[in-house]
Ligand binder design. Structure first.
Ligand SMILES: Nc1ncnc2c1ncn2[C@@H]1O[C@H](COP(=O)(O)OP(=O)(O)O)[C@@H](O)[C@H]1O
Ligand SMILES: [Mg+2]
Length: 230
């Protein structure tokens, strides 16, 4: 089966005042379609760097990353932006919703980059918000929603273009235990029932336990899965 993500020899070096930081150090990784991978590791171990390279937001110093059959770094930037909109949904710790827009308007944003009619956009937005259980909150602004609800709006925004790969960077890092459970069950359902591929960055073992498998980054290197501890 063609992997959803295939990284080979990925490295990212930063040089600051003669000091070298290997944010990623020769990382190779295959993520098959339908995988739910938790990527763990301490702060500064390169987790966000890996997601950003996979999304074509950041450039590796060496190595390649093929996502959904495309060499991410080989694409021209305009092509890559269009590809990212259709292929990747990104979910962040602090939701990154626009505070002045309603839930429905926030979810609609990625669709404005696609050739869709107003009516088609409205239908996709309604379907995405229904999927995350927020059909009754379409016209609420982020401030009128709980943290867990805001994150579910962000999940709807990540899904609305029918992206196949969801990159989640500590999505439960700002949530209470109940909201964390809700968001993790939602991600699990997106994998099991909707065929999504999820890469979940977290240092929370409770969140990671919902994934199908767990890998760990340490100082930019991928190390063996640690099933017993975080
Ligand atoms: N723009 C940058 N310039 C210099 N160093 C950076 C930059 N971005 C990240 N780093 C360094 O790269 C390492 C990995 O960062 P990051 O991927 O954000 O880690 P994590 O997400 O695991 O906390 C860290 O040591 C960080 O300080
Ligand atoms: Mg990070």
């Amino acid at each position: 089966m063609t992997p959803m993500l295939s990284a080979r020899g990925l490295s990212k070096r930063y040089e600051r005042g003669g000091q070298v930081v290997n944010a990623l150090d020769d990382v190779s990784l295959d993520v098959p379609p339908g995988d739910f991978l938790a990527l763990m590791g301490p702060s500064g171990s390169g987790k966000s760097t890996l997601l950003n390279i996979a999304a074509g937001i950041d450039e590796p110093t060496a190595g390649t990353c093929v996502v959904d059959g495309r060499d991410v770094q080989a694409m021209r930037s305009g092509e890559r932006d269009a590809w990212r909109t259709r292929t990747i949904g990104y979910i962040f710790q602090f939701y990154n919703l626009i505070p002045t827009l309603t839930a429905a308007e926030n979810v609609e944003l990625p669709l404005l980059l696609l050739p869709l009619s107003t009516r088609e956009r409205r239908e996709h937005v309604a379907a995405a918000l229904e999927l995350v259980g927020l059909s009754d909150r379409l016209h609420h602004t982020p401030a009128q929603l709980s943290g867990g609800q805001q994150q579910r709006v962000a999940v709807a925004r990540a899904l609305v273009t029918d992206a196949r790969l969801l990159l989640c960077d500590e999505p439960t890092g700002n949530l209470d235990a109940t909201s964390e459970q809700e968001v993790m069950h939602l991600l699990r359902r997106l994998v099991d029932e909707h065929g999504k591929t999820v890469i979940l960055v977290t240092h929370d073992p409770t969140a990671a336990a919902h994934a199908t498998r767990r890998l760990r980054l340490e100082k930019g290197k991928l190390v063996a899965a640690m099933e017993a501890s975080a």
